[in-house]
Design a protein around this ligand. Structure first.
Ligand code: DGJ
Length: 543
């Protein structure tokens, strides 16, 4: 395939950025280490020297045990993901004070290699969903080592205090030991990212009223934070004076992020893999009071505070459990920033939820990963993402079987800003995409032949399409239960779309290999995508 000029330029820019990153890393003796690169406000996760797309799935919380891992591997095979996200528990890793048990880490590494998937390991340390339930028993037996937050009324809250030095030191030691072992045990980089803690913050109180916290809250706001927020002029003011009604939440965010930033920095000093922290979200559209969500975690309103407080954390990542487009799209917009790669480490793997994977890719996401892959069915009709599931109908596999073979290409196109997507909405059966000279027209629930019936939508909103624009008139398209057509954007020109060539095929070793040319019924009414995996390369002209 002739490579369009823009693509060549982008390719050069990318090679330069990777060479620079690789060159710097090589000087430090870490050339093959997974790392993030950025270009024009977009990001890529580089694994084995090229952009990598995490088409992942996360296990259930208590599945990283020898007894339950077989079920996880089986679910991974069904779903055909390329990455497993799986926790390592502090209580499992340090069963006795100072004795670190690497056995589960080693089992995860060998299992992943055997199943040919990468790992993202989640460090369940001080925080797990705002509480500290994964602390080792020897710590729980010494409450003075792991004090809980004190709420406004003086009541103890089931959440660890970010102001406990003893807890911070213990977590830092354990996480450092974990990363040290990973460095030794994983020269081939099976592990490509690490999540530090899990959904940190606190429910039931906006901030900590622990005596040490009270002292800090009434002291001047750290200058470092004021600088990061462009508020140097407020130096000397305490939290209430500087932040008014946001003071409690911002103080909690700074405290939690500072703590985690130190844990992360200790781990990074051992082994500098990309790190991220995941957020239990607040409603991105209504922006409710902090008392109604988990306060102090990396919610959209405190990302700048987290960036300033925890520079060793590379990515702040939203766990998206909202299954409506307005919320989903808004969250993705808020977490895609020049200083933050979009990564969705937890989301819904249902038939309707999986359509958002396409929207995330078009937004430049470095990864998308539904939660609870090895969940056993509890009732009839539940999504099939568990042992013995059927890959033909598994909603996660429906994405992965078509995206995975061209994962490297998609990651590169995403990094180059070439991807566009449409996902079906219940009240919108026709959508358009701006594609330069062209307008993409996507319909859901059209009849296969003819224009006779106006699109009615699918019985559930599951339709989706992903379009990579490789040149002005050249596209690679994959879709699910939709029809794709093109119109010249400048309607007044009178020019009409002609399919010069539509090839069905797939990528192998970086090259598109056409299996046949589509024409006649397969193109006369537009390009119909059914439920089977299909990739089309399309060249357009006009008459
Ligand atoms: C979000 C948490 O991060 C996960 O560990 C898990 O508890 C899910 N919620 C459950 O829905």
């Amino acid at each position: 395939m002739k490579r369009p000029f823009r693509s060549v330029l982008n390719g050069i820019a990318f090679v330069v950025s990777v060479a620079l990153a690789g060159g710097l890393a090589a000087q430090a003796g870490e050339s093959a280490l997974p790392h993030l690169v950025s270009k024009d406000g977009r990001h890529a996760l580089i694994v084995d020297g090229a952009p990598f797309l995490i088409l992942g799935a996360q296990s259930n919380n208590s599945s990283a045990w020898p007894a339950t891992l077989p079920r996880v591997w089986s679910a991974i095979e069904t779903a055909q993901v390329n990455t497993l996200e799986v926790p390592v528990y502090w209580e499992q890793f340090e069963p006795e004070q100072g004795r670190f048990d690497n056995s589960i880490v080693d089992q995860l590494l060998s299992g992943a290699r055997e199943h040919k998937v990468r790992l993202v390991i989640l460090w369940f340390g001080t925080w797990k969903n705002g509480s500290s339930h994964y602390l080792p028993m020897w710590m729980k037996r010494q409450p003075e080592l792991c004090p809980r937050i004190i709420g406004k009324t003086g009541r103890r809250i089931d959440s660890p205090s970010p102001h406990s030095q003893a807890l911070l030191e213990a977590d830092t030691r354990a996480f450092g030991a974990f990363m040290r072992h990973l460095k030794e045990a994983d020269p081939q980089h099976t592990v490509i990212m690490v999540q530090v803690e899990n959904e940190p913050g606190s429910w039931d109180t906006v901030r900590d009223y622990f005596p040490a916290a009270q002292r800090l809250f009434t002291a001047p706001v750290p200058v470092e934070l004021l600088k990061a927020l462009g508020k140097e002029g407020r130096a000397g003011g305490d939290w209430t004076a500087v932040f008014g009604r946001d003071a409690d939440e911002f103080f909690q965010a700074w405290s939690v992020a500072r703590y985690i930033g130190q844990v992360a920095a200790a781990g990074k000093a051992e082994y500098p893999l990309p790190f991220y922290c995941n957020a239990a979200l607040r409603d991105p559209l209504t922006q409710p009071a902090a008392s109604s969500y988990e306060s102090g975690g990396p919610t959209d309103n405190v990302l700048d505070i987290w960036k300033a407080a925890a520079p060793a954390v590379d990515v702040l990542a939203p766990d998206i459990y909202m299954n409506d487009s307005a919320h989903y799209m808004k969250v993705m917009e808020l977490y895609s920033r020049p200083d933050n790669a979009l990564f969705i480490p937890e989301t819904i793997g249902s038939p309707t939820g999986t359509r958002y994977c396409y929207a995330a890719l078009a937004r430049g996401a470095i990864g998308w990963s539904p939660f609870g892959i090895d969940r056993m069915p509890r009732s009839a009709g539940e999504p099939v993402t568990m042992q013995g599931g059927d890959a033909a109908v598994d909603p996660i596999a429906i994405n992965c079987r078509v995206l995975n073979p061209m994962m490297r290409e998609i990651a590169q196109w995403s990094f180059d800003g070439r991807l566009h997507a449409a996902v079906e909405e219940t009240d919108e059966c026709r959508q358009t995409l701006a594609l330069g000279r062209w307008q993409g027209v996507i319909t859901f629930g059209s009849s296969t032949f003819g224009y006779g019936r106006s699109p009615k939508g699918n019985s559930e909103p599951v339709g989706r399409v992903l379009i990579a624009q490789l040149g002005e008139n050249e596209f690679v398209i994959t879709g699910y239960l939709c029809r794709v057509d093109f119109k010249i954007a400048d309607a007044a020109s009178g020019a009409q779309r002609e399919f010069l060539r539509v090839e069905e095929g797939g990528y192998e070793g970086g090259v598109f290999r056409p299996a046949r040319i589509l024409n006649g019924d397969e193109t006369d009414w537009g390009l119909n995508f059914g439920s089977a995996p299909e990739v089309l390369r399309v060249q357009l002209g006009t008459y």
